[in-house]
Design a protein around this ligand. Structure first.
Ligand code: KIV
Length: 275
């Protein structure tokens, strides 16, 4: 609670301080109703650039723009009161220079009210992370499988295997030293995720990593069974809302075609006619 008695939203420092405690709960959100549903259950909500694939039908996250992130960020912000909102920096909005990253991160935060940005990259982005943090922008890092680099990673493969293990550990240390308040570990072997979790003093947020991470995140449409174009092996479906929705649409279509759709006269039968 804040001094005004209103529940205050979690901030980057609260997330950082939870290292080693009760695991952090997080999901992505892109709309107000979904954000409202998760507000009481999540510590932070990510406006992920996965929105491009999940809601806009894009083949990857590479086509996501600042404008898309801002629009969805504003919608999510309207649905949150206690969970922290983190927003993804889209591909091309931060890699060119620290200054470009600051300009776009500041815009994302000021136009959406997000409490932090997330960006992809380890050692290569450490300098940028330090620049942002020194200028008031909390940064969540994202290492391992970084979907914006799918073209250089050769697809959506498991990362950090074999010789790549040391590079991933170096990435984790680099973003920690640069001042990131948490780090997402995507699609890395569980033993490696556990080692990284033990090695760094910021929370690790796993997605296809290990139950031993300091928190977990999933794409909400994946775990609800709403996005069915493909399913990563690590995704557990907690519901099958896509199937339920399609069945409901089919029932509606049948009712309309068979003239079984409830007629307006029945629905409004008890209303006094206006003269
Ligand atoms: O965009 C996204 O959804 C992400 C994940 C970590 C879930 O970055």
């Amino acid at each position: 609670m804040s001094a005004t008695g209103k529940k205050r939203a979690l901030m980057a420092d609260d997330i950082r301080a939870s290292k080693g405690g009760t695991p952090l709960v997080s999901l992505t959100a892109y709309t107000t109703p979904m954000a409202q549903m998760m507000d009481a259950h999540c510590d932070f909500v990510l406006v992920g650039d996965s929105v491009g694939m999940v809601l806009h039908g894009l083949p990857s996250t590479l086509g996501v723009t600042m404008e898309m992130m801002i629009l969805h960020g504003q919608a999510v912000a309207r649905g949150l009161t206690s969970a922290m909102m983190v927003i993804d920096m889209p591909f091309g909005s931060y890699e060119e220079s620290r200054e470009q990253a600051f300009r776009n991160a500041a815009r994302l935060m000021s136009e959406t009210g997000a409490g932090a940005v997330k960006l992809e990259g380890g050692v290569s982005m450490a300098d940028t992370i330090a620049f942002l943090v020194a200028r008031g922008i909390p940064v969540m890092a994202h290492i391992g499988l970084t979907p914006q680099s799918t073209n250089t990673l050769g697809g959506y493969k498991v990362q950090g295997r074999g010789a790549a293990r040391d590079a991933l550990i170096a990435d984790a240390h680099a973003v920690t030293q640069a001042g990131a308040f948490a780090v997402v570990l995507e699609k890395v072997p569980a033993t490696l995720a556990d080692d990284v979790t033990a090695a760094v003093d910021i929370p690790t947020i796993g997605i296809g990593a290990s139950a031993g991470c300091d928190g977990q995140i999933l794409v909400v449409d994946d775990m609800l069974g709403l996005f069915t174009a493909f399913k990563a092996k690590f995704v557990k479906r907690y519901a099958h809302l896509g199937e339920t929705a399609e069945a409901a649409i089919a029932t509606y279509a049948d009712e309309v075609r068979n003239r079984a759709f409830p007629a307006a006269e029945h629905v409004f039968a008890d209303e006094v006619p206006q003269t």
